[in-house]
Write a new protein. Structure first.
Lengths: 485, 457, 485, 457
């Protein structure tokens, strides 16, 4: 039942609004609202109960193992949330003077330094509000870099076909054309194809490493050389940074610019879709173009201050009204502080250990790995193509049935090049028990699929709803309640 | 090491099963000369206790001032219930609702959110959020350019009274596609945009006209006339609005003869703390016609195989994960948690509560205006109607007056002189329902004292 | 699965303890612990997930209508919890000097005054930690009062048979003998029986009004006169105060001493069993005996201070190491502040309106009210005796089946004198929709009982477990996990 | 009126169905002369916003000092996760788990709690909590009197080194039943209770001997010898213990030859904030023999009709709601929510974490002791072993020294002179793991300064 359907005329949470309605003065009548907006009309208890119960219809890290590949669903420390929610942090206005902002600025400054160190880059701007906005910032910097050199012919961005959808979408948002290149059966990029498309029209290449195939791109140095030799730049999509945190740095691999997904690698909560934070880091060449604001120090080093377009005249500009997702930045800072040097090193190690262990268990149980000859990184791909063909049970069916077993499904049907695939990312914060439990569930479902495919293809049975009619949703669009309808 | 659960025994067993001798061996595909050295510059880890002590000290450093800055971020009372529920693990630690059956909580909530934003703006379609108001405006511009069938232009027209940081953000984003944003000058004695100011642009090909209600100065625009003018010119009309004000002011969907086409704005006033600027969220609503141009996620109501109602991501063919380079936007992660808070906030307040908040904020600002009338060296920059902000002109340099007020722990407003030199020494002052009469008196006192300091200096 | 069963040797939440283990010095070996205690060994994520999931196995006000008679399960304002959780409130040590306690003391002082006003009594002590401890304090004061007058013959406390179990248990804990008196078919006390047992041996009578029968005791003035004339005192069990808040005051009815259940009437959360707070209020005669500490003012009225046995030499003493459930007191204060004068008046009105509405709907639907001729107060009793006899479906069966309909069951089998009874207390914070929904569920269950009694007698079906074997629980006592067993 | 959801229409409909004209009519059984007048002395209601402002100001008034007071309430680091989960609506707003099937969350949690307390104390039976440590001790006394088959006495023996406020509480409660509590004097140079101090009581009939470990002075008792002495005399032995210390010190169940019979104490150190003294919780554990004397709720593990494990209230025949005047106690509402927090706290820390907390607290106290050795006018009252508290003797009046330290925002300890005049000017000082070296240095400085002030005065 919708909150609107629990409404009754005249109800609202009376403790939450001024006790009397103040008079309005000096506003011409035609600018005033004539009819009330149809918002819910409910008591405080009704609202609390409604949304508490809604929340109970979700899977979440706090309730379930959630091995969603490419999303890094690791434990979100409650301490980070607590620290960021201290009254002094919550009440700071984004435009408060620096005299009243030194506490916050010092956290931002330190995080900038930490991110530089872990990525091996020369400069960082924390302002992008998610990975995709980081990409936009990064690609815009590549564009600005070429333009600043008068090199205006570079109109193409190369993207491996396994790339996340945001990569090509971003390139287009920055006015580039996209050139997709294939991936080889072993998961590495097709170097010949790359050499074919690279040229004076190449602005750069966007890639992740490890790639979304869950393997480390071994030819990275050659790719780097190829693109650089052609005058292009290398963009690193940091969504998979968790795999290599403390093990290998993008800067050392030859990347010129990258974004990080702090909501992945730095464990800030995903919030049912967001917010995230997508800082960009750059090598020396792109330093002048970083988006503002950034935190620097005053000349005498005595306090922190905002750097803006006066300090960075070639900046690509600002990407939000204020400082991006400031509170997420604070949480990521806290996470870095809690882990420290040693903890950050271990993120890559244990996320990789967990993925390889699961991959081995799955392979031993007869599931087909997409890249059986390769090491898994922090994630790996299983293909259920065989099951789909012979049993009529697809990856989506396995996914839905997993819900009944109390596990969130892995990412399905991504990357697009592997048929009927599961991209499985356990993360380092899961215990061996959960990993084994998941594999056991997969084995059980496999058995069900063999014995009674219908059982699996009609799953789930234990959720608030059964499978939903997506076609109807798109065709008979119902995206807002109205009491009239 | 705080969050890695592995015991020595676990590690041994896992390595054994995998068939390697060490964790390090799992990285053997990485060229060894690339392997990272110890991250010396990262300090050693702290326990949660030590971390909390540090963060508390830092929070304390920034706390304690009485804040009259608005300029796009507004301090309102946030009911305790809002974040108590928003931060339940099930909302906070879930991801994008890809598995609809296991995400009905988030999905239904967003559907309800869409319904509320649609009701407030008077436009039928809302998405599930954009990053913030400023970047949301950039998306609105891109939408208008794609969606305006009458115009082939890559130009849009923006009122100079639209938030300067929004205009900067829009430019950083859309100029990558070669889109240009031309500015309409405002009337500097009224601090709004009379239709006469648009005369120069009559007959030109622009994809959209952007206006703000209230505008950056807190002043009200004649949105009906502006909207009708834009439409007459074949432009789409984009309204930048403050959601609280929509409980008092006319909805964009009702502006002029046929209503604005897109309404966009900063959702922060709806239950989101100031928190240094984020996470907030951008809302965007549009007409039915523009739905396929909408960026970001949209939730639809449908039924399950038993015919039971349920909710799911819909019109995904607009999105990057399906459409890749042909998507309406590259947005993926949005501001879901802030939307959760806003939905609970709006449900608690309802229209009646929200309109009390809007009226009280307006009345407080009117009251402060009238108290300031008596202060020497201070002039109200315009006599036009305002919502809950207004521009003060000072006969001393704004920067030093504000600094002096800040020393008295009163943040006196936002210095607009840098953005609008034509207004000379001017500050933008905001009052919301959280300010008591005592607070207003403190403001008047602090401003008076600061002006005297400046006198003496 | 128990948290112990998820344990693995060596795991713990490493961010939560000192990073190194400090050395111990100067403690003789034989005083040191030799074997580690078998506490859980789990990661932070495991603990968060385990207890988050456990919580999801509960009904609560925040998730369901919870009309538990005598328990006043009303909405617990989140604002009260927030206010009491402000860092300054949480960090105050109970023995902090008065110079560093004025904020807290002022809240306590004001609440004392508010409670005096709403009860019509002369003095209040907030220290008792629940209703039952308030009873103990009250009855101990009665004892002290008689003893102070040298009247040591008064060894009996009279209790109506409908009384809550804590009443007789308390009388015994205070060294009294209990005399139970019957209740008449119309729900009022049997006045003749009272007159029979009252006498010079009577220390006092403990009653609630409205009684646990859900009706207002109409003879209260005569009872008061009878007991007072015999030299006894009247104790008011304030568990039902919600019914009459702002409508009639215990002090005006002739009571000498009472306790309140702040966790009921003043809306503090019940916490799965507690904490509560059970302040006592007294008339003039018992003022000298109030338990300590109490908050008073300094002579010059300039600040607040603790009153202790130096100020109250005849006090019955202290009932806890510090100040009782200080944080609950704070929440109750906030509740009073939020409601204010008018809000408190309406508590009694609307809790009564809700109960009478439900009672009427139930009666109209054919359910049998225990006291059909009487007004309901804030609660009312339905007896399902007929159903038990003719259909074999008991009140407990109805209770269990209600869980399947998403409603917490009312109080069952209390008061003991009404067979197969439901004591239903909706509270004033529930909306008409919930009340009607509950009655509809009862009607539906009645129909099920008539058509398919088995369905009801085997309920519930939708809970984490089915009906539990209580006999086994008591006979094969298993009250603590051990890995050995 | 904030929490009553009734609209005018609702009220009308309800009155109509009931068949009355007004709400007031529903109260017509109450004699009209008894009806309450307006509650004039209750102030008018505030909105949540105004309330928060007031409460924030009051919280602020009491905040900011560095606190070295212990004396039964201890400041420890509380992991953020503890109260985030404890305050989930499902735990916080449920009641006593009378409907077991709809309360498995609370029930399993309490079973786990019982298991943990049992593990810590080394005694097999725990209940679901009592109000606090002090009233818990009173219940333990009543239990021992009922449960000691060898003694018919209504007397118990208590070490004078047991917390004076606990002893007062016990007396207020048990004296109503004519029970007397006799005191054993402690050794004032050691600040503990040598067996020799018990010589006078040899051969007398007491139901129980009560000892504390660590005792009120923070000093350790020779619990083995004391326990054996008590048992030899036919007494039951009740140990009052600090749960944190049990990760370092021997468990009551292992004291002496056969272990203490009852362990009781304050649960607050296990994740409960100081919060002016409550809600805390009393824990109580006992031997199998005494289980039927246990007051309060006990949860048992059993199976459902499908054979699936589940949890339920058990041995209810001890309780007031079943047994009424024959119950083991009148306790009904207990401290469930605090128990929830403690259970999560213990689960996070585990034994290893708890022992680190215990050791760090002990080591901090030892460190402060050694730093104070050099301060003139200050003497360590005893050389005996302590846990994390100790008694300092001052050569100036404790009250004025503490007041002077408080002016410096250091709460220097608890003044024990009122309770133990024989110790002259003495204060009880506590250090836990939350105190840094800087904090200790501040303490030494503040104490030194305060003593000098006193000198000057
Ligand atoms: C590989 C990859 N790149 C980019 C992104 C985009 O990041 P965001 O969702 O934060 O915008 C994602 C996130 O889902 C991703 O998995
Ligand atoms: C009528 C009555 N009296 C007394 C009590 C005891 O109060 P508490 O549970 O707070 O000890 C209760 C509570 O359940 C009750 O309902």
């Amino acid at each position: 039942m919708l909150i609107f359907e629990k409404s009754s005329e005249g109800r609202y949470a009376k403790a939450q609004a001024p006790q009397t309605k103040a008079a309005v003065s000096g506003i011409p009548d035609h600018l005033l609202r004539k009819e009330m907006a149809e918002l819910p009309e409910a008591s405080e208890l009704q609202v609390v109960r409604h949304f508490t119960n809604l929340s109970r219809k979700n899977f979440a890290i706090d309730t379930q193992f959630y091995p969603l590949g490419s999303c890094t669903m690791k434990y979100n420390p409650r301490g980070a949330h607590r620290a960021a929610s201290l009254p002094g942090h919550l009440s700071r206005h984004p435009l408060a003077p620096e005299s009243h902002s030194q506490g916050y600025l010092s956290c931002v400054y330190e995080l900038q330094d930490i991110l530089k160190e872990v990525t091996g880059m020369a400069g960082v701007s924390l302002t992008p509000m998610a990975g995709a906005q980081g990409e936009l910032a990064g690609v815009a910097m590549i564009k600005a870099y070429h333009e600043a050199r008068g090199d205006t012919e570079r109109q193409e961005i190369i993207v491996p076909e396994a790339a996340h959808g945001t990569n090509p979408a971003t390139a287009v948002m920055c006015g580039f054309k996209v050139k997709e290149i294939p991936v080889l059966p072993d998961g590495d990029v097709d170097l010949d194809a790359l050499k074919d498309v690279v040229g004076p029209q190449t602005a750069g290449i966007m890639m992740t490493n490890p790639s979304t195939c869950g393997v480390f791109e071994r030819q990275i140095e050659e790719i780097s050389k190829t693109v650089h030799d052609a005058g292009g730049l290398l963009y690193y999509d940091g969504a998979n940074l968790n795999a290599i945190l403390g093990k290998v740095r993008p800067g050392d691999m030859g990347f010129d610019v990258l974004h990080m997904n702090l909501h992945k690698t730095f464990a800030t909560p995903h919030g049912g879709g967001g917010p995230g934070s997508g800082p960009v880091a750059v090598g020396e060449r792109l330093l002048p173009f970083l988006p503002t604001p950034i935190v620097g120090k005053t000349k005498d080093d005595s306090s922190f201050r905002w750097l803006d377009e006066n300090d960075l005249p070639n900046t690509i500009g600002r990407l939000s009204a204020f400082m991006g997702n400031a509170g997420i930045i604070l949480r990521a800072y806290v996470y870095a502080v809690l882990l420290g040097r040693d903890g950050l090193h271990r993120v890559g190690e244990f996320s990789t250990l967990n993925a390889n262990y699961m991959a081995k268990l799955m392979a031993d149980a007869g599931f087909k790995l997409a890249y059986p000859e390769r090491r898994a990184t922090h994630e790996f791909i299983v293909t259920l193509n065989e099951q789909a063909k012979t049993l009529g049970v697809t990856a989506m069916d396995f996914a839905k049935r997993l819900l009944d077993y109390g596990y969130h499904a892995p990412t399905t049907y991504f990357p697009l090049l592997v048929p009927e695939c599961f991209l499985i990312e356990p993360t380092e914060t899961e215990s061996i028990d959960e990993l084994e439990g998941f594999v056991e569930a997969m084995i059980a479902i496999q058995k069900e699929a063999e014995e009674n495919a219908d059982l699996v293809t009609h799953a789930p049975y234990t959720q608030p709803v059964k499978r939903l009619d997506d076609v109807k949703a798109a065709r008979e669009l119902d995206v807002a309640y109205s009491s009239a309808s | 090491m705080p969050f890695v659960p592995h015991t020595e025994k676990d590690i041994e067993k896992m390595l054994d099963v995998i068939g390697v001798d060490s964790i390090d061996q799992l990285f053997d595909e990485i060229p060894s000369h690339l392997r990272a050295k110890p991250l010396h510059k990262v300090p050693e880890g702290l326990s949660e206790m030590d971390m909390m002590r540090r963060l508390s000290e830092r929070a304390q450093q920034d706390a304690g001032a009485l804040c009259f800055i608005g300029a796009g971020a507004y301090e309102h009372h946030i009911p305790a219930a809002v974040w108590d529920i928003t931060t339940r693990g099930e909302f906070m630690t879930a991801y994008t609702p890809y598995q609809a059956e296991a995400s009905q909580g988030t999905l239904q909530l967003i559907y309800e959110y869409q319904s509320m934003m649609s009701a407030l703006t008077g436009l039928p379609i809302s998405n599930a959020s954009l990053y913030d108001g400023a970047s949301g405006l950039a998306e609105a511009v891109l939408m208008a350019i794609r969606g305006n069938r009458k115009s082939k232009s890559k130009r849009v027209l923006v009122a100079g009274s639209v938030h300067p940081l929004y205009r900067k953000t829009v430019e950083s984003i859309v100029e990558n596609q070669g889109i240009s944003v031309d500015e309409v000058t405002f009337d500097s004695s009224l601090l709004n945009t009379p239709v006469s100011a648009l005369a120069d642009f009559e007959g030109q090909d622009y994809a959209a006209l952007i206006i703000a209600q209230p505008n950056f100065f807190g002043t009200l625009e004649d949105v009906d006339a502006l909207t009708d003018w834009g439409h007459a010119q074949g432009m789409l009309v984009i309204g930048v609005v403050n959601p609280t004000s929509l409980a008092l002011l006319s909805a964009p969907g009702t502006w002029g003869e046929t209503g604005a086409d897109i309404a966009v704005g900063e959702g922060q006033p709806l239950g989101i703390p100031l928190a240094s600027g984020g996470p907030y969220f951008g809302f965007i609503c549009c007409t039915d016609k523009l739905v396929r141009q909408m960026p970001g996620r949209i939730i639809g109501r449908t039924i399950d195989t038993d015919g039971k109602p349920g909710f799911t991501l819909t019109l995904q063919a607009r999105e990057q994960h399906i459409r890749r380079s042909k998507a309406t936007s590259n947005i993926c992660t949005n501001q879901g948690l802030a939307v959760t808070a806003a939905t609970i906030y709006m449900s608690l307040l309802g229209y009646e509560g929200l309109s009390r908040v809007a009226n009280a904020s307006h009345a407080g600002a009117q009251q402060l205006k009238s108290q300031l009338a008596g202060v020497a060296g201070v002039t109200l920059a315009s006599q036009a109607s305002t919502f809950h902000e207004f521009i003060l002109q000072l006969d001393k340099p704004a920067a030093s007056v504000l600094a002096s007020m800040a020393e008295r722990d009163v943040l006196g407003g936002f210095n607009v002189s840098d953005y609008y030199p034509e207004l000379n020494s001017a500050i933008l002052v905001c009052v919301t329902e959280v300010k008591t009469q005592t607070d207003l008196d403190k403001y008047v006192q602090a401003l008076g004292d600061a002006l005297q300091d400046a006198e003496a200096a």
